[in-house]
Design a protein around this ligand. Structure first.
Ligand code: AHI
Ligand code: MN
Ligand code: MN
Ligand code: MN
Length: 301
C-alpha cells in the first residue's frame, strides 16, 4: 500500500510564526525514507503551496481570524486528502496548525463516510463562533466538522459529516469552559489525562476504540496534535500544556491503532520549528517522525 505524504505549510489558524515550517522539517528529518524503510511505497508530491490571501482582503468575521484563508486552504486540503484516499492511498498530513484537520477529516469522510475520528490533543479544538475567545480557528475545527455553532457562509463547503458518536479524544487537559459544555451537550467521549493516569494508556485506548469502533470494523482517522505530548517530550509547539502524554504513551496510541489494521488517514499537527532552541526543535521533529512510523507499523520487536 502507498502512503501519500501531504505537506501543509500553513499557520493561518493561529498567530505564532513558524508552524508552517513544520512539514519541511519533518521531511528533512527523513520521514519519507523512514517509511520506505518499514516497507511502504511513499508518494510525496512536495509541499502544497498555499498562496497567501492578503490580510487586507481577509478581515476578521466576528472574532474569526484569517477566515477566508483558513477556509480556502482547508478546502484544498480536503480535495487533496480525499483524492489520495479515493486512490486507495493512506494520506499522512504534516502540519501546519490544526485548523487543517477541517480539510483532512472532510477528505477522509468523503471517501469513508463511516470513519471514526480519534483526536489526540491537549485541547478539544471544538470552539464555535459563539464560544471562541481568541478567534484562532485552530481551536475550532471540530465544531465545523460536527456542524455545531452558528454557520459561517465562508465555511459552507464543510459538510457536517462527523457524528459525535464517531469522535473520541485522548490527552485533554486544557479546555475552555465553552468546550467543556459542548462536550457534555453532545455526549462526546473524552479521555483526559486524568483517565490516562487512572486507567493507564492501554485501557484508555481500548475504551476509546470500544466507544467509536465497537466491532473494530470502521475506518480510523487519527488526528494527532503534537501538543498532546508533555512539553518535556515535544517542546516545539505553539500551545504547550504541562502534564501531557509520555513518549511511550504517545507511541502506544499509534502502535495500538496500527494494530487494528483500520487506519486510513493520519494527521501530525502543530510542530513549530521556530519555538526555541535547535535541540528542542530536533527532539520534537524526531518524536513526530517516530509517531508517524509507529502509526504506520514500525514495531519494537
Ligand atoms: N493547540 C491548540 N489546539 O489544539 N490551540 C488552541 C486551543 C485553545 N483553546
Ligand atoms: Mn498530494
Ligand atoms: Mn489541536
Ligand atoms: Mn493542541
Amino acid at each position: 500500500k502507498t502512503v501519500a505524504i501531504v505537506g501543509c505549510p500553513f499557520r493561518g489558524g493561529q498567530a505564532k510564526l513558524g508552524v508552517d515550517n513544520g512539514p519541511i522539517h519533518l521531511a528533512e528529518a527523513g520521514i519519507v525514507g523512514q517509511l520506505e524503510e518499514i516497507g511502504w511505497k511513499v508518494a510525496f508530491d512536495g509541499h502544497h503551496q498555499f498562496e497567501d490571501i492578503h490580510t487586507a482582503d481577509d478581515p476578521p468575521i466576528g472574532k474569526l481570524k484569517n477566515p477566508r484563508l483558513v477556509s480556502k486552504v482547508a478546502e484544498s486540503v480536503a480535495r487533496v486528502v480525499g483524492g489520495h484516499a479515493k486512490n486507495g492511498q493512506l494520506p499522512v498530513t504534516l502540519g501546519g496548525d490544526h485548523s487543517l484537520a477541517m480539510g483532512t477529516i472532510s477528505g477522509t469522510l468523503d471517501t469513508y463516510p463511516d470513519a471514526c475520528v480519534i483526536w489526540i490533543d491537549a485541547h478539544a479544538d471544538i470552539n464555535t463562533v459563539e464560544t471562541t475567545d481568541s478567534g484562532n480557528i485552530h481551536g475550532m475545527p471540530v465544531s465545523f466538522l460536527l456542524g455545531i455553532g452558528s454557520k459561517v457562509p465562508e465555511f459552507s463547503w464543510v459538510k457536517a459529516a462527523l457524528k459525535p458518536e464517531r469522535l473520541v479524544y485522548i490527552g485533554l487537559r486544557d479546555l475552555d469552559s465553552g468546550e467543556k459544555r459542548l462536550l457534555k451537550e453532545h455526549n462526546i467521549k473524552a479521555f483526559s489525562m486524568h483517565e490516562v493516569d487512572k486507567y493507564g494508556i492501554g485501557k484508555v485506548v481500548e475504551m476509546a476504540l470500544d466507544h467509536v469502533n465497537p466491532k473494530r470494523d470502521l475506518p480510523i482517522h487519527l488526528s494527532f496534535d503534537i501538543d498532546a505530548l508533555d512539553p518535556s517530550v515535544a517542546p516545539s509547539t505553539g500551545t504547550p500544556v504541562r502534564g501531557g502524554l509520555t513518549f511511550r504513551e504517545g507511541h502506544y496510541i499509534c502502535e495500538a491503532i496500527h494494530e487494528t489494521g483500520l487506519l486510513v488517514a493520519l494527521d501530525l499537527m502543530e510542530v513549530n520549528p521556530s519555538i526555541d532552541d535547535a535541540e528542542s526543535v530536533c527532539q520534537t521533529v524526531a518524536v513526530g517522525c517516530s509517531l508517524v512510523r509507529s502509526a504506520l507499523g514500525e514495531t519494537l520487536l
